[in-house]
Design a binder for this molecule. Sequence first.
Ligand code: CP
Ligand code: NVA
Length: 361
Amino acid sequence: MGSKTVVMNLPEHELPRPKVALGIQSDAAFTEAAKGLRGRDLASISDLTVQEMAAVMELAHAVKAHPEDFRHALDAKQMVLIFEKASLRTRLTFEAAINTCGGNAIFVDQTHSVLGERESLADVAHNLERWMDVIVLRTYAHDTVTEIGDNAKVPVVNALSDWEHPCQALADFFTLEERFGSCEGLKFTYVGDGNNVCHSLMLAGALLGAHVTVATPKGYEPDLEIIHKAIASAEQTGGSIQLTHDAAKAVTGADAVYTDVCISMGQENEATKRTPIFRPYQVNEGLMTQAAEHAVFMHCLPAHRGQEVTDVVLDSAQSIVFDQAENRMHAQKALLLMLLGGAKRIPRDRGLNGKRRKSLA
Ligand code: CP
Ligand code: NVA
């Protein structure tokens, strides 16, 4: 790893402080963020500023609490989903999100050939932009997302690539905001492979002022580029990024413990090699006892039960995996509203949505 890390087990008064305002403070701040996001791509969480991330979160709370207020916000908008890999949650939550705002989804099963094989990615983009208002891609190569994004005049959204899964991270931190009131100062621990999901979680946690700790086996750390970007954001927000190979240490005192599969889609031929390496990183009852008493367990799903997580943890009262799955829809609805226009501010009633995290300290 060799990268700068920030030690987070500091006394409260020595913890880093935000240098920028966190959360949305006014209608004007929300409007500015929404204006900035309109027409943009979301290939990576690092495409978002601190304020834009906060605005997406605030809108996600609004659309979940007041879905009827957005029933016609995307009337007649056309969204295409082109997926090179399997999906349950991402496909259905994107479809439900746009359908319930008056728009329409068209699904293209791209699992039998790679995008760009039949015609160039630029030509694909120049066709799609003539019919579609937004393009949602699930790909092997991240470059496929950025190349279509660079060529299409309409927004392009990464619905999972080998580099990131930004929509997952939006939903996950939205779920944590619901649970804890705010992610500022939240101790968030990811255990497992430094993969696409891990990358987006690090970047999102840092933008929201969380203390993110990542425990991976040696050789499976997140990419240095992501680490540097996440640290740069954390320095703005008062969050921190810590990397370790010690799962028990990483989980100690955590508010949230997250894991993902250790064999991602496309890595099936590495199963024999990876399985024993990741065995010590399994999230089980023993590991969860290290976390805070109020800690939640998280997983993007699908889970490989008995591998990266045990049934007992996944099915426990601490597990919020199905809240995460539900919130994919609300968070993506907020994202689509931002990118396509139709966003409006309905300030969040924190009193109804959950207690402030400080009350748990
Ligand atoms: N978490 C997630 O992206 O699920 P799917 O692969 O089912 O879309
Ligand atoms: N890391 C996993 C996430 C699946 C939602 C994969 O890429 O297969």
